[in-house]
Ligand binder design. Structure first.
Ligand SMILES: *Cc1c(COP(=O)(O)O)cnc(C)c1O
Length: 519
């Protein structure tokens, strides 16, 4: 501590003990950051090289014990033992999304520029709420919002903000749709000032029955309740049926209900199905209803020259959700919410004297907090920025095309098998199917139990991580493909293991009372 200034003489009270500040990131410790970051990266490098399976299959009760021995009030003092401990409690049994046989959820393998951005944004620690905490970071975020809005075709007045994910983006969409409706009533300050309108029980949100559950959650948070979400039936391809939407809208009119938003999904979580956006937009225009397009999953199509046409009609949306941490291959979190008319974001604006006074907005200071539910906000935009500056959008689009091709190929292979029932030719990159042995007659309940068992067994053995879902009440298995390095052989190998675990279950179950009762 060479620069420490000695007190000139005896002082009143006690001198504070010298601060253990050698862990503070600053100019003196930038060298330590570099050295220690190298060790962290080295651990990751070694671990990823070692990993043979996407997951060890550890159960919660097997991992819980490791944490009981750790006293958080007894720090280890330095990096090396902390990394050793972390390897034991976390990395040894982490779920590895880079592994070609991780094919479960929409969490993706990540591109290097996005990962490297984390090494920059964490130490600099910009907070993207106000200009005076982010400076150029604000323009990086804004440029990416403008870039995304332009790819969607939202027009000159579009605006938006980065969010923590599709869930927050959908909440913003429904909040703005609700307050947009509230603003048309004779109530100064609208919902923001007055709270919910007297007719709030009659407000309705119409979304495909396969829409994301964050719609229900948002409705509850917004004081409308789950009851406000009206499911709209889907067609044989799991897309919202415009005729059903039309009928729902007429039903609203007949029942004196007030539809405030239609949510179209561009890429349903289970099927990847893309609702017919043109037709839905036409109905929304006709009825003067807010159209939100949830493109959390399908948003990556914006980067694909070959597949962009699948999003045709998205340009009519009043608002859009895009998750860069899904089909743009960015590390969690990285997501955005966009609106056609930037002025609609005023519904989330609140001016605080200490942070973002109104005079600052009037003077043209670009404070992102004026458009956001969050205050302190990560500089997630830097990840997409680095990705576009290094790789470009075409490269991302090609990665998505690769996984779409893979899904198509896997669909062809699986459909050819008599013992696999595939539900749908994949519109994006998921494949929903179930194992149904052709030589054993199993009722629905037994098929459910069989498929549930198969999924658990795969994960337990660490052979693959796959997802599951229910379709019309029945259990199905799901591949969500986001890894452009997964090969169709990986998938057929997983199917072989599914069959092996399934046959073993059938053999065992044949003697069990449950099966005797079922057959
Ligand atoms: C994943 C997903 C969401 C939720 O996004 P998060 O980033 O997980 O919050 C919303 N809608 C759809 C269609 C999704 O697939």
């Amino acid at each position: 501590m060479t620069s420490r200034i000695e007190a000139p003489g005896p002082r009143l009270g006690t001198e504070p003990a010298p601060l253990e500040s050698h862990q503070l990131f600053n100019a003196r410790h930038a060298e330590a950051y570099w050295q220690q970051a190298t060790r962290c990266i080295d651990l990751v490098r070694r671990k990823v090289a070692e990993v043979e399976r996407p997951f060890t299959g550890a159960r919660p009760e097997e991992l819980r014990g490791r944490f009981e021995a750790i006293d958080l009030d007894a720090p280890l003092g330095e990096l090396r033992p902390a990394l050793e401990e972390l390897e034991h409690v976390y990395l040894d049994d982490a779920v590895y999304f880079h592994h070609p046989r991780y094919v479960a959820h929409l969490n993706c393998p990540v591109v290097l520029p996005g990962v490297l951005a984390e090494a920059i944004l964490a130490p600099i620690n910009s907070s993207l709420d106000t200009w005076d905490q982010s400076a150029g970071g604000t323009f990086i975020e804004q440029s990416l919002i403008d870039w995304t809005a332009e790819r969607i075709g939202l027009g000159e007045d579009a605006d938006g903000v980065f969010t923590s994910g599709g869930t927050q983006s959908n909440l913003m969409a429904l909040m703005i749709a609700r307050d947009h409706h509230g603003a048309h009533q004779d109530r100064p300050g609208g919902n923001k000032q007055q709270g919910l309108p007297a007719d709030h029980q009659r407000l309705r949100i119409l979304g495909s029955e396969l829409g994301h559950f964050s719609l229900q959650k948002s409705a509850a948070i917004l004081g409308l309740g789950y009851q406000a979400v009206m499911p709209v039936a889907t067609d044989a391809d799991y897309r919202m049926d415009p005729q059903a939407l039309k009928a729902r809208l007429e039903e609203c009119i007949a029942l004196d209900l007030i539809p405030i938003a239609v949510v179209a999904t561009a890429g349903t979580t289970d099927f990847g199905s893309i609702d017919p956006l043109e037709e839905i937009a036409a109905l929304c225009r006709e009825h003067g209803i807010w159209l939100h397009v949830d493109a959390a999953y399908g948003g990556g199509l914006l980067c694909s020259r070959r597949e962009r046409h699948r999003l045709a009609g998205i340009e009519h949306a009043d608002s859009v959700t895009v998750d860069y941490h899904k089909t743009f291959f960015q590390p969690v979190s990285c997501s955005a919410f966009l609106v056609r008319r930037g002025s609609d974001l005023r519904h989330v604006t609140h001016h605080a004297d200490y942070l973002n006074p109104e005079c600052q907005a009037l003077a043209g200071t670009p404070d992102q907090v004026n458009k956001s539910l969050q205050t302190t906000k990560r500089f997630d935009a830097l990840k997409l920025w680095m990705t576009l500056r290094i790789m470009g959008a075409d490269a991302l689009g090609e990665m998505l095309e690769r996984v779409m091709d893979l899904a198509g190929e896997a669909h062809a292979r699986l459909s050819a098998r008599p013992d696999i029932e595939v539900l749908l030719e994949p519109p994006l990159s998921t494949l929903v199917f179930r194992y149904r042995p052709e030589d054993i007659d199993l009722d629905d309940a037994s098929l459910d139990a069989l498929n549930a068992h198969v999924r658990t067994a795969l994960s337990r053995h660490g052979e693959a991580v796959i997802a599951a879902t229910r379709v019309q009440g029945r259990r199905y298995l799901k591949f969500t493909l986001l890894n452009p390095e997964t090969r169709v052989d990986d998938l057929t190998a997983i199917v072989e293991r599914i069959v092996a675990h399934g046959r073993a279950w059938c053999d065992g179950a044949a003697t069990s009372p449950a099966h005797a009762a079922a057959s």
